[in-house]
Design a binder for this molecule. Structure first.
Ligand code: TTP
Ligand code: MG
Length: 343
């Protein structure tokens, strides 16, 4: 059986902010947008203290302020979080070369070939991260990525949770169906409508029934996943898949100059991150969301990878030029993808 870890940092952005502002430790801290909760923007994350008030990721900052007037609100500082992210990813690689980078604060690690017991490796990793950064993480240890991912979330913060195939019925089946990766809010509602609330409820259905209800391939996935069966391998990749930034306006605007200024600024931010990662990008995508939430994206693929601000900005502006600004704009975003790390 493979031995897979899923490692996920605790309240990542908030914990990094607390590190450089120790006076915030133990306080309710909310990270999002420009850090001004009277302005538009959403919560990126909240410290565990702030979560007690019901504050969570993706909630409007204004709602967070209503729930927790005494929370401390801070702006998002991607540069700092990326810097810390690079440190932890490097630590994971000390323990195994088979690392799958799945996000700024999480990764899968295949530790099948380690000599010591898996729990020992996991606690070494926790100690090493704490020592190098001052941050805690939660780790799930399981025979596959799916179970490791569910497990890492079961005892946050600073958790270490082991789930074997024999534990699926006892530990996994009582969990809300939504906790199964691949079940989003829509499927959750669909399942509830059918009287199914837990992962065990899904597992109680036959494969025929699930496929009739959810289609061949998704039905098959639900049948296997609800039993903890999952065979997708660790995908090692040294390159981040994409780098993106977006900005929501305080007041929607149809002013092309203002939009162009935002795009130029966002592009310089993503190009800075690109250079931090020693990468070049081949594709630039611009996203415009209008006041009615209609969203358009336009992409431009360059003849070859580049990390030149001028080249990438020109591509971004070409994309913008292909979008008619006929309504007021709520959000501008830019993404660099098809990345390649330089030797
Ligand atoms: P998560 O790992 O989902 O959350 P977290 O690390 O803050 O908290 P937890 O202890 O529950 O793992 O996401 C990692 C970071 O990604 C998070 O600190 C902020 C960012 N993020 C957003 O910007 N928006 C979002 O909607 C989510 C979910 C995360
Ligand atoms: Mg996290």
């Amino acid at each position: 059986m493979p031995v897979i870890l899923h490692i996920d940092m605790d309240a990542f952005f908030a914990s990094v902010e607390v590190l450089r502002r120790p006076e915030l430790r133990g306080k309710p801290v909310v990270i999002g947008g420009s850090g001004d909760p009277t302005k538009r923007g959403v919560v990126s994350t909240a410290s565990y203290e702030a979560r007690k008030f019901g504050v969570h990721s993706a909630m409007p900052l204004r709602t967070a302020l209503k729930l927790c007037p005494n929370c401390i609100f801070l702006p998002v500082d991607y540069r700092e979080y990326s810097r810390v992210s690079a440190i932890i990813k490097k630590i994971f690689l000390e323990f195994s070369p088979l690392m799958e980078d799945v996000g700024i604060d999480e990764a899968y690690l295949d530790i099948t070939n380690r000599p010591e017991a898996p729990e020992t490796t996991a606690s070494f990793i926790k100690k090493r991260i704490l020592g190098a950064t001052g941050l805690t993480c939660s780790i799930g240890l399981a025979p596959n990525k799916l179970l490791a991912k569910i497990a890492s979330d079961m005892n946050k913060p600073d958790g270490l949770t082991v789930v074997g195939m024999d534990d699926v019925a006892r530990l996994i089946w009582p969990l809300a169906a939504r906790k199964l990766p691949g079940i989003g809010p829509k499927t959750e509602e669909h399942l509830k409508g059918l009287g199914i609330n837990t992962i065990g409820g899904v597992a109680a259905k036959s494969i025929e029934w699930l496929q009739a209800e959810f289609g061949q391939s998704y039905g098959h996935y639900l049948y296997e996943a609800s039993r903890g069966i999952h065979e997708s391998p660790i995908v090692t990749s040294w390159e981040p898949k994409s780098i993106s930034r977006e900005e929501t306006y305080e007041i929607d605007t149809a002013n092309w100059q203002a939009i162009a200024k935002t795009l130029a600024w966002l592009t310089s931010e993503v190009v800075d991150s690109l250079k931090d990662e020693s990468c070049k990008a081949k594709t630039v995508t611009v996203k415009i969301r209008f006041e009615d939430f209609k969203t358009l994206t336009r992409a431009k693929t360059l003849p070859e990878e580049s990390d030149s601000l001028e080249t990438l900005r020109r591509a971004a502006f070409e994309c913008l030029g292909r979008i008619r600004i006929e309504k007021r704009v709520r959000l501008v975003g830019v993404r660099l993808s098809s990345l390649k790390r330089q030797e």
